[in-house]
Design a protein around this ligand. Structure first.
Ligand code: SAM
Length: 280
């Protein structure tokens, strides 16, 4: 067995050897608890034939365990300083491909064209957790299993139910095609450097929905209805359609009280509104 990257002592040694320091603006907090990292890697796979797509390998803590347990790893890293580090730490593994690119710019269809059983595994950079997940949920490529670490308070939004403070557009978009489950709670003490808040690992399992015919347009409507949380559905929809009268008529036809707020609406109610708008 090769030396485990995700230990406090080896991580320190790697950082010193490469004269590296963690960059805050790239959300760099490296995991230094091997049992947790291995558990995330193992839980993220469907089988040993899975290809793991990783966002932000850092110095390779999770990548190493993915390389051990999966068929292949494709990892996107934005920070060019980490490329020689990863070359060094992951040298024993010939099933890892590192792509030096901002994940938000990645062409997933192209990169995953030859892969069959793709899963996502990542300790996400916290400053872009939401855009990364929207990109995955809105992609035409439906990834069967997504297992990601994020700040605990963000994790709560994904499983949030209607009429709670955490319920928002992301809750509906994520739950639309996925079952959501928090599989691990993680203390801030298992990172170098230590973040200010605790984290959680959330797993999304694909369960396709047929509620509407055009997901993209539906998600756009949902986001627009949540645009200003304190505003009524009539006001947000009126702004989105640039026509308050049309919004009023649509809400009536969908049998929805125009004074309600988006946070009180179930996905099925948004779907009813969507159908009315797209019937015309
Ligand atoms: N996976 C490593 C671990 O668990 O120790 C590092 C996780 S660290 C929280 C987030 C990683 O994402 C960093 O390596 C950072 O450089 C990288 N990153 C930040 N923004 C990125 C982006 N837009 N695209 C790809 N990687 C990014």
């Amino acid at each position: 067995m090769d030396r485990i990257i995700a230990t406090p002592s080896y991580t320190k040694e790697i950082l010193e050897k490469h004269q590296m320091y963690a960059k805050k603006n790239y959300g760099q907090n490296f995991l230094v608890e091997p049992q947790i990292v291995e558990k995330i890697a193992v839980e993220s796979l469907l089988s040993e034939n899975s290809t793991a797509l990783e966002i932000g390998p850092g110095i390779g803590a999770l990548t190493q365990f993915l390389a051990i347990h999966a068929k292949k790893v494709i990892a996107f890293e934005i920070d060019d300083r980490l490329l020689p580090v990863l070359d060094d730490t992951l040298a024993p593994y010939n099933n890892v491909e590192i792509i030096h690119q901002d994940f938000l710019q990645a062409d997933l269809a192209k990169i995953l064209a030859d892969e069959s059983e793709v899963v996502v595994a990542a300790n996400l950079p916290y400053y872009i957790t939401t855009p990364i997940l929207f990109k995955l949920f809105e992609s035409d490529i439906k990834i069967k299993k997504i297992t990601v670490m994020m700040q605990k308070e963000v994790a709560d939004r994904f499983s949030a139910k209607v009429n709670t403070k955490d319920y928002n557009a992301l809750s509906i978009v994520s739950q639309y095609n996925y079952d959501v489950q928090t599989i691990l709670k993680i203390s801030k003490h298992v990172f170098n450097p230590k973040p200010n808040v605790d984290s959680a690992v959330v797993q999304f399992t694909y369960r396709p929905s047929k509620l509407v015919d055009n997901e993209e347009a539906f998600f756009e409507l949902v986001k627009a209805c949540f645009k200003q949380r304190r505003k009524t559905i009539l006001n947000n929809l009126g702004e989105y359609l640039q026509d308050k009268e049309k919004a009023k008529v649509a809400l009536e036809a969908a049998n929805l009280d125009s004074k309600r707020r988006a946070e009180s609406m179930e996905a099925t109610e948004f779907a009813r509104l969507y159908e009315v708008l797209h019937d015309h």
